[in-house]
Design a binder for this molecule. Structure first.
Ligand SMILES: *Cc1c(COP(=O)(O)O)cnc(C)c1O
Length: 395
């Protein structure tokens, strides 16, 4: 099987050739340290400034509000830990949601051990935070709200502007993990009252190991890495110049291609959803049908183990992912699918396929044809399905 169909773009994306090309000279000829006094190094300071400007423009932010990090996880850690610490004299209560990425949830658990209190908001059946519940959760000692822009598993897009307005009206800082959204959806930090925003290069056809944290002017945030004076003394370490150049090139490209790319992905996404719903019985689309990332498809197939499905799809050259927390080697169903109310058994039989602009309709036909066959084969081995059929297909 020499065919490879990559449908795991929420996990990571291919670095675009123009991005690699932009980075290459900074590994070879232009390797100088930006802090150098000599022109050879110092020239890279200007290069970094230009990338900061490109990124700031994409968000309607100011260049000095962009801080380079090693990716989404670091940005999330920094935003939560450093802001919580800086604002602790005002209060020690943080609000987030039950469907955040682990970079947020596990950081919140850490904060709880440090004596902070965290409220984990429920979401509705499509994975959307209820604004009245958010507002009701705000207390006099609440210092930070962190709600993701769009979910990495089910693709649901949150009402970010409304959340920002609520946070702003109560004088509470608002951070958003926009790792899945930045470069894919238009974002305006002013219109949405966003105080901090995390993003990552490798989710938008840039390199891995580079990202940024947007920190609005005036927000008190402690240094995350102590050492040299890089990143306005808040994140020390010799700058990852090739990574920063790659991120800048990826952002430039993402902004330039966003409209066309989103339209193409959305059309393919709807085609894939349509075929699966029509041709595979006992399936359920997870996440909001409309408020959804253009490239996200997430289904639960009853009577099936997601892991077996993935292994059999892999045998056909199809890369997808399941709702299980397979990264940790555990078979626990996804916290996101449980939060939207799926029973354990249904959550186990979930499949996420995240498209790119390179996927073709012909490839998706191949995927559905194989998926159909695999689902039939796996259900034939399922005692639960057998019982279900014996009962005449009723609960
Ligand atoms: C991938 C991802 C992260 C982590 O980003 P890294 O750059 O891999 O550290 C954080 N949040 C969300 C929503 C993500 O999808």
């Amino acid at each position: 099987m020499d065919r490879l169909i990559y449908l795991d773009n929420a996990a990571t994306t291919k670095t675009a050739p123009e991005v690699v090309e932009a980075m290459l000279p900074f590994f070879t000829e232009r390797f100088g340290n930006p802090s150098g006094i000599y022109g050879f190094g110092a020239a890279n300071k200007d290069v970094i400034s230009r990338q900061r400007e490109t990124i700031a423009r994409a968000l309607n932010a100011k260049p000095f509000e962009i801080y380079f990090t090693a990716g989404g996880s670091e940005s999330d850690n920094w935003a939560l830990k450093a802001a919580a610490e800086a604002y602790a004299p005002k209060g020690r209560h943080v609000i987030t949601s039950k469907i955040e990425h682990h970079a947020i949830l596990h950081t919140c658990e850490y904060l709880e051990k440090q004596g902070f209190e965290v409220t984990y908001l429920d979401v509705d059946e499509n994975g959307i935070v209820r604004l009245d519940e958010l507002e009701a959760a705000i207390r006099s000692d609440t210092v930070l709200i962190s709600i993701m822009y769009a979910n990495n598993e089910i693709g649901t897009i949150q009402p970010i502007r409304e959340i920002g307005e609520i946070a702003n009206a109560h004088g509470v800082l608002f951070h958003t993990d926009a790792v899945q959204a930045f470069g894919h959806l238009p974002i305006n930090v002013d219109e949405c009252h966003i105080d901090m925003l995390s993003a990552s290069g490798h989710k938008l056809n840039g390199p891995k190991g580079i990202g940024f944290l947007y920190i609005r002017k005036g927000v008190k945030v402690r240094s995350f890495v102590h050492g040299g004076a890089q990143e306005r003394k808040r994140r020390a370490g010799t700058e990852n110049v090739p990574g920063i150049v790659g991120l800048g090139a990826a952002v430039e490209r993402a902004v330039r291609t966003m409209g066309e790319r989103a339209a193409r992905e959305e059309k393919l996404r709807n085609y894939l959803i349509g075929r699966i719903e029509k041709e595979i019985p006992y399936c359920r689309l997870n996440g909001d049908r409309v408020k959804r990332l253009p490239n996200n498809v997430n289904f639960s197939f009853r009577f099936i183990e997601g892991e077996s499905l993935l292994i059999m799809l892999d045998g056909k050259g199809i890369c997808a992912s399941s709702g299980s927390a397979c990264t940790s080697g555990s078979l626990d169903p996804s916290h996101v699918l449980l939060a939207i109310g799926l029973p354990h058994e249904t959550a186990h039989g979930s499949l996420r396929m995240t498209l790119s602009e390179e996927v073709t309709e012909e490839e998706l036909d191949y995927v559905v044809d194989n998926l159909k066959e695999i689902v039939v084969r796996l259900r034939r081995m399922s005692p639960l399905y057998e019982d279900f059929v014996k009962r005449g297909g009723v609960e």
